[in-house]
Design a protein around this ligand. Structure first.
Ligand code: NAD
Ligand code: UDX
Length: 478
């Protein structure tokens, strides 16, 4: 079956960029991305490509080439499903916040809603592709819902039939376009060889065949959770070693280089920092933990859960350390937070380390001036569950500072953020922060002043020669 029309349900960080690249690379395939969120769809349709709802380097160019040609964004979910040969489900699967499995299991209500909507609106034969990250064996539930809506054999000219594939997405935010255009691999899990071949032919337009892996449904679903768990586990491992380096005089960068040159270990994902953030790692590991307990494997569950515990500990460790260095109190002190996104080159703040660290410091009564080149102030406000307060332009402080309550505001520039600050915390590795003029910034700060470089992005000698006290993660020499 040659795929001519694709519908993707979910126009988020995965659905939008993934479908844009498919449309760009497959001009003969019509791709419609649908979402219930009409504001998000309007933003995808914005004539100004600088205002797309997702910030990803290179995305604007890809959308610019394909949109209106064979790439469309719409809120007409039923209409797009009805026309499609293939429907991708790319909706959110966050951790459940209440009920059975709360705090660990994935909330599958949006996925189930999609399956029911496809069951209702599809016509002819439809291949349904799980693109969302899902617990292993979710395809069983989707198949059951779709099979209940299937026409019995011999019913009508073109009976409604379905097949289900798993095709997890491995893109990382900030490099999504590169990851989609030159993936390490594309994974397709399924039972029906013809459907697998149809999807492989779509990717085959630009991905070499030896990079298209075919597995059974359950291996595909489980591989996605496992890949994220392995990647996150490396970060927790190196962060645990960073703490030990700080106590022993070792340097985590040197240790990472020394172990990363072992070809069995490899150099990637050994960057120590403020702990991993992002919408995937924590959620997917917790989901794995839940599944392990469900299947009677508590030791396996405990093993993976420790990766998340270590990560949370690392974030609290950094905020504690800042308080300790600033003579045991940050109450009323101004601190500049540089970077709020969970990593560079994205406007996404989901599970960003900056959230937990900022909350800890606000709890201690700090006054935070937050700078990020891409994150909207309204998003920071939602993440911190606190409205921003504009400081008095004359005194540079807020009324909260005197009462000991924490408060925050957004700074339009790094210079503005550091003005009058006792300390700078670098929490996202934006390129901008690698090239700061520390001599100039130091003059704007209150002395003695500190730089806490949780991302190891600035030059220690430069900061120190500007008269600032420098701390970076995992450096035992300080
Ligand atoms: P997202 O929250 O950015 O986007 C999901 C979109 O789905 C939202 O816009 C929402 O309105 C829409 N939606 C939900 N239910 C719908 C319905 N019934 N009909 C129409 N639209 C609906 O999420 P995301 O970051 O794109 O992630 C989607 C999935 O991909 C998740 O399972 C995630 O774990 C997985 N994933 C994410 C990444 C990543 O880097 N963000 C990478 C790989 C995999
Ligand atoms: C991750 C996976 O990499 C991707 O394959 C999957 O599809 C989605 O989840 P993402 O979360 O977008 O991607 O970004 P990633 O580059 O993996 O970074 C995740 C977090 O780990 C970030 O907070 C990042 O700063 C941190 N990180 C990454 C480190 O602290 N050290 C590293 O060495 C690498």
């Amino acid at each position: 079956m040659t795929i001519r029309r694709i519908c993707c349900i979910g126009a988020g960080y995965v659905g939008g960029p993934t479908m844009a690249v498919i449309a760009d690379r497959c001009p003969d395939v019509q791709v419609i991305v649908v979402d219930l969120n009409d504001q998000r769809i309007a933003a995808w349709n914005d004539a100004d490509l600088g205002r797309l709802p997702v910030y990803e380097p290179g995305l604007d160019a890809v959308v610019g080439r394909a949109r209106g040609r064979n790439l469309f964004f719409s809120t007409d979910v039923d209409g797009a499903i009805g026309e499609a040969d293939m429907v991708f489900i790319s909706v959110n699967t966050p951790t459940k916040v209440k009920g059975l499995g709360a705090g660990q299991a994935s909330d599958l209500r949006w996925v189930e809603a999609c399956a029911r909507q496809v069951a209702k609106a599809a016509t002819g034969h439809t291949i349904v592709v799980e693109k969302s990250t899902l617990p292993v064996r979710t395809a069983e539930a989707i198949k059951t819902i779709l099979e209940a809506a299937q026409d019995p054999p011999g019913n009508g000219d073109v009976p409604r039939t379905f097949s289900v594939l798993s095709n997890p997405e491995f893109l990382a935010e900030g490099t999504a376009i590169r990851d989609l255009e030159t993936p390490d691999r594309v994974l397709i899990g399924g039972e029906d060889e013809r459907s697998i071949q149809s999807l492989a032919a779509v990717y085959g337009q630009w991905v070499p065949d030896d990079r298209i892996l075919r597995t059974n449904l359950w291996s595909s679903e489980l591989s996605k959770l496992t890949a994220n768990a392995f990647l996150a586990q490396r970060i927790s491992s190196i962060n645990s070693v960073a703490a030990l380096c700080e106590s022993t005089g070792a340097d985590v960068r040197e240790v990472a280089r020394a172990i990363g040159t072992d070809s069995r270990i490899g150099p990637k994902f050994l960057q120590s920092g403020p702990g991993f953030g992002g919408s995937c790692f924590q959620k997917d590991i917790l989901n794995l933990v839940y599944l392990c307990r469900h299947f009677g494997l508590p030791e396996v569950a405990d093993y993976w859960e420790s990766v998340v515990h270590l990560n949370t500990w690392q974030q609290h460790r950094i905020s504690r350390l800042v308080v300790q260095r600033l003579f045991g109190t940050v109450t009323g002190k101004r601190l500049a937070i540089l970077g709020f996104a969970f990593k560079a080159d994205t406007n996404d703040t989901r599970e960003a380390p900056a959230i937990r660290i900022s909350r800890d410091l606000l709890e201690e009564g700090a006054q935070l001036a937050i700078h990020d080149p891409k994150v909207e102030p309204s998003q920071i406000s939602r993440d911190l569950r606190l409205e921003s307060v504009v400081p008095d332009p004359e005194t540079g402080t807020t009324s909260q500072a005197l009462s000991g309550q924490g408060s925050w505001w957004t700074a339009g520039s790094v210079e503005q953020a550091v003005a009058g600050a006792d300390a700078v915390l670098i929490l996202t590795e934006w390129t901008l922060y690698r090239h700061l003029d520390w001599k100039d910034l130091a003059q704007r700060m209150r002395r003695p002043a500190w730089v806490f470089d949780a991302r190891s992005v600035v030059d220690r000698a430069e900061v120190q020669s500007a008269g600032l006290t420098y701390w970076r993660v995992g450096d035992g020499a300080q």
